[in-house]
Structure formats: C-alpha cells, structure tokens
Design a protein around this ligand. Structure first.
Ligand code: PLP
Length: 395
C-alpha cells in the first residue's frame, strides 16, 4: 500500500484556500495602512474592511451594521454570553440556558458565570444528538437572560432545530444566541428567518486563516464591550483591525456560501461511503444521527481500541483525523459530547472523527477505507479490552 497524505480533520481547521490567500496578500505588502489613519492608505483599508463586512452580512442575511469582527469564534462566544449577562444584570436576569454538548468556548464561559452567581441550565441531547426545542421552552424562566444553543456540533455534526428554538425565544422574549462556527458555509443561514439574535462564526473553519472571527448582533441589542481601547468596530471592539484576515474572511465566506447545495451533494456522497465502509467493522457505531448531519462529519466509535492509539497509527499512514475534539486530545477525559449521547467511557474513548470537505477526493476515501480496517485489526489484536469483549460475546 502506497502511503498518501489525507487531511480529514476539517472540523478542527481548514486549509487557507488559494483564492483567500490571494485576496489577503496585498494587505500585507501594499495596502498595509492602519484603518484608523486619515490618509488614503488608511482610508482604503477601512473601505475594504467595510466590503468584507458586507460579505459576512450577506452570507447570513444580516445588515453590515449588525456585524462586528473579532479575533476568533471563541471571542464571539465569550462576548455573547458575558455581554448579554452584563447588559441584563440590572434587570435581575441571572439565568442562562445552554446545552451539555456545546463547544468549550460556551461551556467554560457558562462555568465562569456560575462562579459569579449565575444559574445555568444545561439541556440534555437525545440519543441522536439533538436538543429538543420543548426542553428550551420548559427551561425558560422569568430571570432567563440568554439561551445559547449551537447550530451544528463540532464533534458529531448534528444540526440543531435552530429556527424552532429561535421562535420559542422570540415568543418568550429571551435573547437567542447560536454558535454557528461549524454551520456557516455548510448550512444555509438566514438570521431573520431563523429568529437568531446573536450568532458566532469563525474564519479558520471555512478556509480563512486562524485568528479571525465575527459576531452578528441584531439591531436593537446593545452589548457592553468585551475589549476596551480604541474606537475600532464602531467603538464596540478595540484593537487595530487585522485587515488581511478580515479581507480573507470576506472572501472565504462569500465562496463558502455561494453554492452550499452543490458542495453538500458531493461531500455527502463521500461521507456516506466513509460511514458505510467503517461500519462494516464489527462492534462499531455511528455517533449522532445520519439525518440533519453536517455533510462532512463522520464520527464512529470502535470498540476495543483507544482513540489516541488509532490516531497515532493513522498519522503514521499519513491520515489526519481526530478523536473527540481537537481541544481535548492530549487529555484523557473522554469527550463530553460522546458521554452526553450516553456512551460508556470505554466506548467514547475509542472514537474516531473524520471531517472531510470539498477539497477531499474519492481517492482519499478509498485510502482511508483501506487503512482504517487494517489499523483497527492490529490494535484489537493487541488489546486486552478487545479480548474481553470477544470472550463475553462467545459466552
Ligand atoms: C472551532 C469552534 C469554535 C472556536 O472557534 P475559534 O475560532 O477556534 O476560537 C467554537 N465553536 C465551535 C462549534 C467550533 O467548532
């Protein structure tokens, strides 16, 4: 078997595309002005930031005045939760509703708020990885400040019933935030139609660079700053603008949202082949339902192996993948998302996430399907856990 290189970890980050890079390069060398400067070089930078803002707004059917650039998806998430809580504190609103399987940018912010006297309700997910909108309705209280439910999960790819949840929040007059970092460019988003008040997005999951994000804040909602300093971003988010990154995000989001349907068809076909191929192995299961799932997400538990060992063996074979989420690899805690699905610890440990996108090819899928069964067989042959499973099965 000839060794190839296959990148199948696009939920962790993506390659900066050629078009994005090309659009950014002049802003390092020729148009390097500070966007706050009065002379033409600066004014041009400001103008191009505004063009990018228009592209981000258009991608989610918002107005440019509702978009603020941030340093990343995590900053947008922090700003949403902390900003809304601070804004509504004087009204006695000290309750947050979120879910158990959010990204740590949300969960750790909520834990911080708990330390500061807030009450947080963590809604469960069902066995297929979905939040029930009725649970949101039942959890809303007089003192609820914000509901924050992610649009699509980064580990298992399940796309949540955002419009329904948004409608309930509207009805109950509670602010609704969604972490759409994984959804943008994969799912058509319309903040007006879907009743979204605040939305977080990030560049590096859609072929822009790492370290650029944005937040949509619906007109009429005024959040206190998270970062103070200069007057950038209409006084709401200080720090000299990262002009090349902002321009790159504009290019990336325009491309990513231009033909979601066509891209999804191609990627879904490859993804389904991956899932079907790996599920042929005995004692494997797909994590998260197959319906309403991000087109590039494949997350499978493989009993009798350790996820970390599997990743190392895949790496030796040139395949980049993930087990749990990128942030948790390196720690021995099994993924909070897989545990929330009801998986036992040892099953959650043996999980493999392959996240593909339109840059992957049928040959990539062939190669993964050639390597994974061989590697699993080898690991199981050495595994006392697998020996035990086989013994129990034969009894
Ligand atoms: C990657 C990711 C984030 C964090 O975005 P950064 O730009 O890396 O800070 C937040 N939420 C979800 C769902 C993600 O996948």
């Amino acid at each position: 078997m000839e060794k190839k290189f296959v990148y199948a970890d696009n939920a962790a980050t993506t390659r900066v595309s050629d078009e994005v890079l090309k659009s950014m390069l002049p802003y390092f060398t020729d148009y390097y002005g500070n966007a706050s400067s009065i002379y033409e070089l600066g004014r041009n930078a400001q103008r191009d930031i505004e063009k990018s803002r228009e592209k981000v707004a258009k991608a989610i059917n918002a107005s440019p005045s509702e978009i603020f650039f941030t340093s990343c998806g995590s900053e947008s998430d922090n700003w949403a939760i902390r900003g809304v809580c601070e804004r509504l504190a004087s009204k006695g609103k000290k309750h947050i509703i979120t879910s158990v399987f959010e990204h740590h940018a949300i969960l750790h912010t909520c834990q911080y708020m708990e330390k500061h006297g807030y009450d947080v309700t963590y809604l469960p997910i069902n066995k297929d990885g979905f939040v029930n909108p009725e649970d949101v309705r039942n959890a809303i209280r007089e003192d609820t400040a914000i509901v924050s439910i992610m649009y699509a999960n980064n580990e298992i790819g399940t796309i949540q019933p955002i419009k329904e949840i948004g409608a309930i929040c509207r009805e109950k007059k509670v602010i609704f935030h969604t972490d759409a970092v994984q959804a943008v460019g994969n799912v058509p988003i319309d903040v007006k139609d879907q009743n979204i008040d605040i939305l977080s997005l990030s560049g590096h999951k859609i072929h822009a660079q790492k370290g650029i994000g944005a937040i949509y804040i619906k007109k009429g909602i005024v959040l206190p700053n998270l970062i103070f300093g200069g007057a950038q971003e209409r006084n709401k988010r200080a720090g000299t603008e990262n002009v090349p990154a902002i321009v790159g995000l504009g290019t990336a989001i325009e491309i990513a949202t231009s033909d979601i349907q066509k891209k999804a068809e191609k990627v879904t076909a490859m993804r389904n082949r991956l899932i079907e191929g790996i599920l042929k192995l005995p004692r494997t299961r797909l994590n998260g339902g197959i319906e309403n799932r991000l087109c590039g997400n494949c997350n499978i538990s493989i009993e009798g192996i350790e996820g970390e060992s599997l990743l190392l063996m895949l790496d030796i074979n040139g395949i980049c993948a993930s087990s749990g989420s990128a942030c948790t690899s390196g720690s021995l805690d099994p993924s909070h998302v897989l545990l929330a699905l009801g998986l036992k610890h040892e099953v959650a440990h043996g999980s493999l996430r392959l996240s593909i996108n339109e840059e992957n090819t049928d040959e990539d899928i062939d190669y993964i399907l050639e390597v994974v069964p061989k590697v699993v067989e080898r690991l199981r042959a050495m595994s006392p856990l697998w020996e035990k499973i086989v013994k129990e099965e034969n009894n």
